[in-house]
Design a protein. Structure first.
Length: 356
């Protein structure tokens, strides 16, 4: 009985594999949403990979339906578990994946790139760095100190000197106080002040010169530290700036593997859109992912919010994935080449990425 059941199950499994490649059978195509390759709206699926697959299926004269997964890790697991006859989305061909699966001819040239917030560096972002610095507590302290070094000594100086014979300061409050402030500013900036007549005035001058020494070093130190901290926080100019930062990408992606390779433990999101939201909400400092996906976001929903950093970090090709030994690979490859030759591929490409 048990043997009979086993035989029966084996027969079924064989029948299923045979079915998938039998002409007319509905193909199960695993995919995942990743714009602009796969998008989903009320009317259904669209995008570069979706339209390319539709054209391939038409060439093969085969009906199909999509089986949607959450991320590339689930796509890989799905193909492995026999839940689909093929998988298409933005799947990079890698040596490791090639060991366990079959891939079509390359269907798209891609690669990894860094995406950062628009305000992080560059000329456009300069003001957003300087403004917080100007209003930061340390700057306010500097301004307060400056007031204490000029306004208070100017009043004391004017008061004790206003009736002295050398007429350094006029006796009336106006313009006397302005003369006194000019004198105090010079002293606070470290210049030799005009000698005051009274003992108190001379003591005041001495204190001011000493105070200015302290003030100058405090001011220089504060500005230098704030600028350095500000720069440390914001500049992402290449992969060398990524270690020690929070970097987002998608679960199980080649970008996640790349980041681990440069000692960055990525923050993994199932949907790339969630990584973009985290970048905008400052929950991550950068996103490393497939360049065409980043470009599409930067030119659409992310316009003005994000910027692409530097050149591609690594080139990759996308392919259609099959279970190992799939009989579908050869006809799909033939269809793909035909679509490249008859201009269909270029038309779909131009629709989603502009003319080549
Ligand atoms: N192209 C990348 C990969 O295959 C990302 C795919 C994705 O997140 O959909 O790993």
């Amino acid at each position: 009985m048990a043997v009979a059941l086993l035989l029966c199950a084996a027969g079924l499994a064989q029948a299923q594999t045979a079915d998938a490649t039998a002409p007319g059978a509905e193909l199960r195509v695993i995919t995942r949403v990743v714009a602009p390759f796969v998008l989903k709206d009320a009317e259904g699926y669209k995008g570069f990979s979706v339209e390319l697959w539709q054209a391939i299926a038409k060439e093969l004269n085969r009906p199909f339906h999509f089986v949607e997964k959450g991320n590339v890790k689930e796509i890989i697991a799905g193909v492995k578990a026999g839940e689909g006859d093929a998988a298409i989305a933005a799947i990079s061909v890698t040596a490791e994946r090639e060991q366990q699966f079959d891939f079509s001819q390359p269907m798209f040239e891609s690669g990894l790139q860094i995406l950062a917030r628009a305000d992080q560096t560059g000329a456009a972002g300069a003001w957003s760095q300087i403004l917080p610095l100007l209003t930061s507590t340390s700057t306010l302290t500097v301004l307060g100190l400056l007031a204490a070094l000029i306004i208070v000594p100017a009043h004391i100086g004017w008061w004790v000197e206003r009736r002295k014979e050398n007429h350094l300061f006029p006796p009336q409050y106006f313009p006397g106080i302005f003369h006194a402030m000019y004198w105090a500013t010079g002293a606070a900036a470290g210049q030799q002040p005009d000698p005051l007549y009274s003992g108190i005035g001379r003591l005041l001058s001495t204190l001011l010169i000493l105070g200015s020494l302290f003030f100058t070093s405090y001011f220089t130190a504060t500005i230098t530290t704030s600028l350095t901290v500000q720069q440390l926080k914001s500049d992402i100019n290449g992969p060398e700036d990524l270690p020690g930062r929070k970097v987002g990408t998608t679960t199980g992606s080649t970008a996640a593997a790349f980041l681990r390779g440069i000692s960055v433990e990525p923050v993994e999101f199932s949907k790339i859109d969630d990584a973009f939201s985290a970048l905008n909400a400052k929950n991550v400092d950068a996103v490393v992912f497939d360049a065409p996906v980043l470009l599409y976001y930067a030119a659409n929903k992310g316009q003005g919010k994000v910027r692409l950093v530097g050149p591609m970090l690594k080139k990759e090709n996308y392919g259609i994935m099959f279970p190992q030994g799939s009989e579908l690979r050869k006809p799909v490859n033939e269809a793909l080449l035909k679509l490249r030759e008859n201009g269909t591929y270029d038309a779909i490409y131009a629709k989603w990425f502009g003319a080549q």
